[in-house]
Write a new protein. Structure first.
Length: 91
C-alpha cells in the first residue's frame, strides 16, 4: 500500500505527516527517522481499523446537469423566459 506523505524540516527536526489526515503526524531528529516513525503509526492505525475507499455522490450544482432535460414544465418556463427576452430585445 502506498500513502502520500509530506516531510518538512522545522527547527532542526523533521515532521512527517499523512496527506489529508492532519492528526497523523510525527516529529523526528532526521528525515529517515521521521518517515520510519510515521510508517509505524500508519501501520498501527491500519491494524486497528479497516482501510476503505468510499464513493460519494456529488451534491453540487453540476450533479443537476441534464436532470430535468425532459421535464415539460421546465420546457414551458424556458420558452416563456425566451419569449420575454425576445420582446425586451425588440423594444
Amino acid at each position: 500500500m502506498t500513502f502520500p506523505v509530506v516531510v518538512e524540516a522545522c527547527n532542526g527536526q523533521f515532521t512527517a505527516s499523512l496527506v489529508g489526515v492532519p492528526n497523523v503526524r510525527v516529529v523526528g531528529p532526521t528525515r529517515s527517522q521521521a518517515i520510519d516513525a510515521l510508517k509505524v503509526v500508519i501501520e498501527h492505525r491500519i491494524a486497528l481499523g479497516e482501510l476503505l475507499s468510499l464513493e460519494i455522490e456529488t451534491t453540487g450544482v453540476s450533479s443537476l446537469a441534464g436532470k430535468y432535460e425532459t421535464d415539460p414544465t421546465l420546457r414551458m418556463i424556458c420558452e416563456e423566459a425566451y419569449q420575454l427576452r425576445d420582446v425586451e430585445r425588440d423594444t
